[in-house]
Design a protein around this ligand. Structure first.
Ligand SMILES: *[C@@H]1O[C@H](CO)[C@@H](O)[C@H](O)[C@H]1NC(C)=O
Ligand SMILES: *[C@@H]1O[C@H](CO)[C@@H](O)[C@H](O)[C@H]1NC(C)=O
Ligand SMILES: *[C@@H]1O[C@H](CO)[C@@H](O)[C@H](O)[C@H]1NC(C)=O
Ligand SMILES: *[C@@H]1O[C@H](CO)[C@@H](O)[C@H](O)[C@H]1NC(C)=O
Ligand SMILES: *[C@@H]1O[C@H](CO)[C@@H](O)[C@H](O)[C@H]1NC(C)=O
Ligand SMILES: *[C@@H]1O[C@H](CO)[C@@H](O)[C@H](O)[C@H]1NC(C)=O
Ligand SMILES: *[C@@H]1O[C@H](CO)[C@@H](O)[C@H](O)[C@H]1NC(C)=O
Ligand SMILES: *[C@@H]1O[C@H](CO)[C@@H](O)[C@H](O)[C@H]1NC(C)=O
Ligand SMILES: *[C@@H]1O[C@H](CO)[C@@H](O)[C@H](O)[C@H]1NC(C)=O
Ligand SMILES: *[C@@H]1O[C@H](CO)[C@@H](O)[C@H](O)[C@H]1NC(C)=O
Ligand SMILES: *[C@@H]1O[C@H](CO)[C@@H](O)[C@H](O)[C@H]1NC(C)=O
Ligand SMILES: *[C@@H]1O[C@H](CO)[C@@H](O)[C@H](O)[C@H]1NC(C)=O
Length: 707
C-alpha cells in the first residue's frame, strides 16, 4: 500500500512539466545513468584514461599495475557497473573504491563508514569481455571520486563505466531535478549555497532497502580495510530520509530538526519525511514514552551492536527533535490525519520530557547523549530551550487536534523554564547563557536555541547574537561545548537565531564565508554537498570519530541555509496550511527571490532595491491568512502596500500607505532602501517593525520610497 502511494505521487510529479525557475543551479542529475566527468589522476600505463568519461570515446586500457581516479565533479550516489571489451587473459582483476573528499583517494580502499579502518576495495575477477556490476548491497550513497585499480600484469580494456544514481528512488528518472522550490539573489555565493543544501537533502533520501552502513563498527585494526555494505530496510515505503548517504544511512531525528523544512522548501518530498518519521515513532517505548536516539530499521540482518544500542539510549534532545519533526511535517503538509494518528505518542513523549523538570522549573538532564557535545547533564540550557520550544509547539498542535486539556500545563511549564533559565543561567558579563549553573562554558547550541525558543528576551537575543558573532573564526562559528568543533548543524540554527534577533546581515555573512567559501570552495570538499562537521582550524577532523575518513561530506543537518534563505531572507514563513507571515530580512542584498509549492498552494517573494526605493512583491495561496512584517526602513519616506485579494475576503484590493521615520540617526545613516538591520524584531509587533495583520492570501506589492 505504501509502495502504491509512492508510485502515485511519482506519476503526478512527472505530469507536471512546468518550467523550473533557476534550473541552471540545480545539482541533481537529469537522468540516472551517470558517466564520470573528468579524470582526476591516472597512475601507471593507462591508454586513453578519459575514454569512459562523459566527453570521451574509445574505451580505456589498464596495462600492468595502474589506476585511474575519475571525478564526477559533484557528490553522487549509486550502483557502479562497467563493461569490459577485452582482457589479456581470464585472470585479471579490477578493484573499485570510492571517496567523497579527494583527501582519501586510494587504490587500497574507500573512505570509511566504520570508526576504525577504511572501507575495503570491491574486487572483480575479470574473466573476459562482459558486464560487471556491484551488488545492490554495495550501493555507495555518497562519492565524488571513483577509483579504478588494475593490480596485475596483463591488461583490461573498459568500454563503459557508469553509476546508476539511486537517491530519490521514488522520483521519476527524469524528475529528480524538477524542484518545486527555488531561490535566487544578487549574491552568487548564496545562490550556490541554497542549491547545494537542497541537493544534500536529496542525496540523503536513499532507497529504503539500502540502509545502515554500520556493519563492522567493532573493527579494531586501522590497517585492515573493513567490509562494508548497506542492506537494512529502513521504512515501509520506497525511500528513507537519512542523516547521510555514505554513513550512517539511518533515520536520525536530530537531522530532521533542520533538514525537514529544507525538503519542503525545495522538493516537497512529503512521503519520505512521513515514512521516516513513522519509523521514529514506531521505535517509541510505549511505557515511558521515550523516543529513540535514531529509528530502528524495520529489518537488519545480521544483528549489529550499534543498532541494538540505539534502542537503549535516551537522548533528551533527540527525543524532542522527533516531536519537532512531526510539527515541521504538519506545518507544510497540513496533514491533520497524520498528526491525529500520532498525537497520543506525542503527548506521551512530551510527558516523559516533563518528568525531568524539578522544583526550579528546569529539566535536569540525566543522559549524556546529544549531537556530539559533552557535559549535557543538569539544568542544561540547550535542552531546556528545546523543551520550551516543544511545549510552545505542543500548544499550537493541541488547538489543531482539538485536545486542549494540557494547554495550561504546557504553557505554565514553558513560562517557568524561561523564568528559571533567565535567573539561573544568564551570564551578563559574557552576554551569553551558561551551559548549566556550575559551568563557565557558554555553548553555541544552548545560546542559539535560547533565541529560537523565545526564552531569551528581545534585549538578550540582541546581546547573544552579537556575542556569538564575536566568537567566529576564519572557518565558521565555533561550538565550544564540543571542543574545537565547527558544527554546521548547530550553526544552521545560529543562522535562524541571527535573523530572529534582527541581525540578518550576520546570518548572510556567515553563510557566505562558512558555507560558500569553506564548505563549497575548499578543494577538499565536494563543491556540491555539505560536510557534517570539522575542526575550528579548518582540519577535516570531527572529534566524534577516531578515523577522519569516516566524516560524512553529505549531511542533511548541514543544510540549514535552505530554510534560512527561503524563510528568513526572502521572508516566507509558513505557520500552518492556513496561515503565514511575510517578513523580508534581506540584509544588504539588493535582490532576493524565493518560492515553493507545498500541498496547500504556492508561495513566492521577490525583493529588489532600485535607486532610492525598495520593492517587495509576494504571493500566498488563496484561502490562507497572514501578516506582513516590515523592518524599519533605512530612510525617511513612504511605504505603500497594494494587494489583489481576488474573490476571497470580500475586498478586491487593499492599499495602505504611511509616512515612516527611520530609526537611523544622522550620525549612523543606513543605506537608502535597505530594510534592517533593526534593533529587534523578535516579537513581531516590537518597536522597529511595522506589522499589518489580517491579510488574506493573494498577491501584494510593498514599496518603500525614500524622501
Ligand atoms: C593486451 O594484452 C594482450 C596480450 O598480451 C595483447 O595482445 C594486447 O595487445 C594488449 N592490449 C592492449 C590494448 O594493450
Ligand atoms: C597514484 O600514485 C601515487 C604515487 O605513487 C600514489 O600515492 C597514489 O596512491 C596512487 N593513486 C592511485 C589511485 O593509485
Ligand atoms: C589482485 O587483487 C585480487 C583481489 O584482491 C587478488 O586476489 C590478487 O592476488 C591480486 N593480484 C596481485 C598480483 O596482487
Ligand atoms: C510497517 O509494516 C509492518 C507490516 O505491515 C507493520 O507491522 C509495521 O507497524 C509498519 N511500520 C510502520 C512504522 O508503519
Ligand atoms: C521501556 O523503558 C523501560 C524503562 O527504562 C524499560 O524497563 C523497558 O524495557 C523499555 N521497554 C522496551 C520495550 O524497550
Ligand atoms: C546483507 O548482506 C550481508 C552480506 O552479504 C548478508 O550476510 C545479509 O544476510 C544481508 N542482509 C539482508 C537483510 O539482506
Ligand atoms: C555543566 O556544564 C559543563 C560544561 O559543559 C560540564 O562540564 C558539566 O559536566 C555540566 N554538568 C553536568 C551535571 O552535566
Ligand atoms: C540532577 O539529578 C541528579 C540525579 O538525580 C542529581 O544527582 C543532580 O544533583 C541533579 N542536578 C541538579 C542540578 O539538580
Ligand atoms: C494556524 O496558525 C494561526 C496563527 O498562529 C492560528 O491562528 C490558527 O489557529 C492555526 N490553524 C490551525 C489549524 O492550527
Ligand atoms: C477540530 O475542530 C474543528 C472545529 O470544530 C474542526 O473543523 C476540525 O476538523 C477539528 N480537527 C480535528 C483534527 O479533529
Ligand atoms: C563548483 O561548482 C560550481 C557549480 O555549482 C562551478 O561553477 C564551480 O566552477 C565549481 N568550482 C570548482 C573549483 O570546481
Ligand atoms: C554587505 O555587507 C558586508 C559586511 O557585512 C560587506 O562585506 C559587503 O560588501 C556588503 N555588500 C554590499 C553590496 O554592500
Amino acid at each position: 500500500m505504501h509502495r502504491l502511494r509512492a508510485t502515485v505521487s511519482a506519476a503526478l510529479l512527472s505530469s507536471t512539466a512546468l518550467a523550473v525557475p533557476y534550473a541552471e543551479y540545480i545539482l541533481a542529475p537529469s537522468q540516472r545513468d551517470l558517466a564520470p566527468v573528468t579524470v582526476h589522476r591516472a597512475n601507471g600505463t593507462v591508454i586513453n584514461a578519459a575514454g569512459v568519461t562523459s566527453s570521451g570515446t574509445g574505451g580505456t586500457t589498464f596495462n600492468s599495475v595502474s589506476a585511474v581516479t575519475y571525478d564526477y565533479s559533484k557528490n553522487i550516489g549509486g550502483l557502479v557497473s562497467f563493461a569490459v571489451s577485452s582482457s589479456s587473459d581470464s585472470d585479471q582483476y579490477i578493484g573499485i573504491s570510492f571517496t567523497e573528499s579527494s583527501v582519501w583517494i586510494s587504490p587500497h580502499g574507500s573512505d570509511a563508514t566504520q570508526n576504525i579502518g577504511i572501507d575495503e576495495t570491491l574486487w572483480f575477477k575479470i574473466t573476459g569481455p562482459g558486464n560487471y556490476s556491484v551488488a545492490p548491497l554495495h550501493d555507495r550513497g555518497g562519492f565524488r571520486y571513483l577509483n579504478v585499480y588494475h593490480n596485475t600484469t596483463g591488461n583490461v580494456t573498459l568500454s563503459h563505466l557508469q553509476t546508476y544514481f539511486t537517491a530519490m528512488p521514488h522520483f521519476p528518472d527524469d524528475g529528480i531535478g524538477k524542484y518545486t522550490g527555488y531561490f535566487h539573489s544578487n549574491d552568487e555565493k548564496l545562490n550556490r549555497v541554497w542549491y547545494a543544501g537542497a541537493y544534500t537533502d536529496q542525496l540523503c533520501t536513499i532507497p529504503s532497502t539500502a540502509g545502515n552502513s554500520l556493519v563492522d563498527l567493532d573493527a579494531t585494526d586501522p590497517d585492515i580495510p573493513t567490509v562494508w555494505w548497506s542492506n537494512s530496510t529502513l521504512t515501509n515505503g520506497t525511500s528513507a530520509f537519512t542523516d547521510g548517504p555514505k554513513r550512517d544511512k539511518l533515520v536520525w531525528p536530530g537531522d530532521f530538526a533542520i533538514s525537514v523544512p529544507g525538503v519542503f522548501l525545495s522538493t516537497d518530498d512529503a512521503i519520505t519525511v512521513k515514512l521516516s518519521l513513522q519509523q521514529l515513532f514506531a521505535s517509541q517505548n510505549t511505557t515511558t514514552g521515550a523516543l529513540p536516539w535514531f529509528a530502528q530499521p524495520i529489518y537488519t540482518f545480521p544483528e549489529n551492536s550499534f543498532i541494538s544500542f540505539g534502542k537503549e539510549v535516551f537522548s533528551f534532545n533527540y527525543h524532542l527533535f522527533t516531536l519537532l519533526g512531526l510539527n515541521n511535517y504538519w506545518i507544510y503538509t497540513g496533514d491533520d490525519e497524520y498528526l491525529q494518528n500520532n498525537w497520543n505518542r506525542f503527548k506521551l513523549a512530551l510527558n516523559y520530557s516533563l518528568s525531568f523538570v524539578d522544583e526550579t522549573g528546569l529539566a535536569n538532564v540525566t543522559s549524556s547523549f546529544d549531537w556530539l557535545r559533552e557535559g549535557m547533564g543538569g539544568h542544561n540550557i540547550e535542552a531546556n530551550s528545546i523543551l520550551k520550544h516543544t511545549l510552545d509547539v505542543a500548544v499550537t498542535l493541541a488547538y489543531a487536534v482539538n485536545d486542549t486539556a494540557h494547554v495550561a500545563t504546557w504553557t505554565n511549564a514553558s513560562t517557568a523554564i524561561a523564568t528559571a533559565a533567565n535567573t539561573l543561567l544568564w551570564d551578563s558579563t559574557a552576554s551569553l547563557y551558561k551551559d548549566n549553573e556550575t559551568a563557565t562554558l557558554h555553548p553555541q547550541d544552548g545560546n542559539v536555541w535560547s533565541i529560537i525558543s523565545g526564552l531569551a528576551t528581545a534585549n538578550r537575543s540582541t546581546a547573544v547574537s552579537s556575542a556569538l558573532a564575536a566568537r567566529w573564526g576564519p572557518y565558521g562559528a565555533p561550538a565550544p561545548e564540543a571542543g574545537t568543533t565547527v558544527s554546521p548543524f548547530i550553526t544552521g540554527f545560529e543562522l535562524q537565531a541571527h535573523f530572529l534577533a534582527g541581525a540578518p546581515q550576520r546570518a548572510i555573512d556567515l553563510m557566505r564565508f562558512m558555507w560558500a567559501d569553506f564548505m563549497l570552495d575548499d578543494p577538499r570538499m565536494t563543491n556540491s554537498t555539505y560536510i557534517e562537521g570539522y575542526d575550528t582550524s579548518g582540519a577535516l577532523h570531527y572529534p566524534a570519530y577516531e578515523d577522519d575518513a569516516r566524516i560524512s561530506h553529505s549531511h542533511g543537518w548541514s543544510s540549514g541555509p535552505v530554510l534560512a534563505l527561503s524563510t528568513f531572507a526572502a521572508g516566507l514563513h509558513v505557520l500552518n496550511k492556513t496561515s503565514w507571515v511575510a517578513h523580508p530580512q534581506p540584509g544588504n542584498l539588493t535582490h532576493v527571490e524565493a518560492g515553493f509549492k507545498v500541498g496547500h498552494g504556492s508561495y513566492a517573494a521577490n525583493y529588489s532595491v532600485v535607486a532610492k526605493s525598495a520593492r517587495y512583491i509576494f504571493s500566498t495561496p488563496s484561502g490562507t491568512k497572514g501578516s506582513l512584517v516590515l523592518d524599519t526602513p533605512s530612510c525617511d519616506g513612504n511605504v505603500s502596500i497594494t494587494g489583489n485579494i481576488g474573490s476571497l475576503g470580500g475586498k478586491k484590493s487593499f492599499k495602505w500607505s504611511k509616512q515612516i521615520n527611520s530609526h537611523g540617526s544622522s550620525s549612523k545613516p543606513w543605506n537608502c532602501g535597505v530594510w534592517g538591520p533593526t534593533p529587534s524584531s523578535r516579537s513581531l509587533s516590537a518597536e522597529g517593525t511595522i506589522t499589518i495583520d489580517g491579510l488574506t492570501g493573494g498577491n501584494y506589492t510593498v514599496e518603500v520610497t525614500c524622501m
